[in-house]
Design a protein around this ligand. Structure first.
Ligand SMILES: [Fe+2]
Ligand SMILES: [Fe+2]
Length: 315
């Protein structure tokens, strides 16, 4: 049984004996004596921690278990590197992956509750056609099951279990606040746009072991094109052509810039709202995640290449 979680590992000595983690990353390197060592990343549902497997310990590593995505049992020394704990792994072997949930990082918010909230938002849509489209997707068992637990990304933001669902709810909260000041906008379209904007991620991404990866289809088409396919496959009969056009436009324009993969720029008030709220949720989460993972003694994170800055925790 797992007794030690990443969040409880503090720098400053001690050993880890027979604890299980998911092997999230393996990178070989060469030490000063020209011998191979490995930088690894070990994770569980509470976070991930860096580790080293030095040349002297490699003989105690079970080669068949030493693959990214596997759950492994390790012995290690807890060292310190730049103020952060780091594991020097002295032995590693494979274990069963049955209890995968123990190793996956999840949203800090309850998935069942968030799911109920999403269902009631869909219920609140007054346009029958739009509501029926979203309900057709919710009635698709394969998609609905994924939507409840899918991450929003491989990395970058909301890259944890139920991350996509949390991302949608964060967006709905902001949209709700704007509704009062935009009587000229159609908030049924905004609500559906939020629901649909990243729906293609359900087929763009997949999980292998504990790692999130791009599917072949995801790599070749991307989530916007896949999103259009999902809409077409779940379209109710006699769906108004302009409503369809508007929702397709929101999906295609939601990244807001040609260099971020959108073939068109947001051209309606509703599309601009969805695009900008998408950024609010994604960017704030990038910062919050980076800060919760590690800050130095001044409360600063390392440089974040996505937002081109270091974040500060404000204290
Ligand atoms: Fe997206
Ligand atoms: Fe998004």
């Amino acid at each position: 049984m797992k007794t030690l979680y990443v969040k409880d590992i503090k720098p400053g000595g001690g050993v880890v004996t027979g604890e299980t983690f998911a092997l999230a990353d393996i990178r070989p390197g060469t030490d000063k004596n020209n011998r191979t060592y490995y930088d690894v990343s070990l994770s569980d549902k509470t976070g991930s921690i860096k580790g080293k497997i030095w040349a002297d310990s490699i003989q105690f590593v079970d080669k068949t278990a030493f693959k990214v995505g596997n759950v492994v049992m390790i012995d290690a020394r807890i060292d310190q590197y730049k103020g952060q704990p780091q594991l020097s792994v002295t032995a590693l072997k494979g274990v069963s992956e049955e209890l995968l949930d123990e190793y996956l990082q999840s949203s800090q918010f309850d998935a069942d509750k968030m799911w109920d909230e999403l269902l009631s938002i869909v219920e609140s849509i007054s346009d029958e056609g739009i509501r029926a489209l979203l309900q057709n997707i919710l009635n698709d068992e394969v998609l609905a099951k994924k939507l409840k637990y899918w991450p929003a990304a491989v990395s970058v933001h909301h890259d944890f279990r139920s991350g996509l669902l949390q991302h949608l709810l964060e967006m709905y909260v902001v949209a709700e606040g704007m509704e009062r000041f935009y009587p000229e906008a159609n908030f049924d379209i905004v609500k559906a746009g939020i629901f649909l904007h990243d729906i293609g991620k359900l087929e763009e991404l997949d999980s292998q072991g504990v790692n999130i990866v791009y599917t072949k289809k995801g790599s070749l088409l991307g989530h916007m094109a896949i999103g259009l396919e999902i809409i077409t496959a779940h379209l109710p009969e006699n769906f108004p052509i302009n409503t369809l056009l508007h929702l397709q436009h929101i999906v295609l324009s939601h990244h807001g810039e040609l260099q971020y993969g959108s073939p068109v720029l947001p051209a309606t008030v509703e599309a601009l709202i969805v695009h900008n709220i998408d950024n609010v949720s994604a960017d704030a989460r990038k910062a919050a995640q980076a800060i919760s993972e590690s800050v130095d003694e001044e409360g600063m994170t390392s440089y974040n290449k996505w937002l081109s800055t270091r974040f500060w925790n404000g204290v």
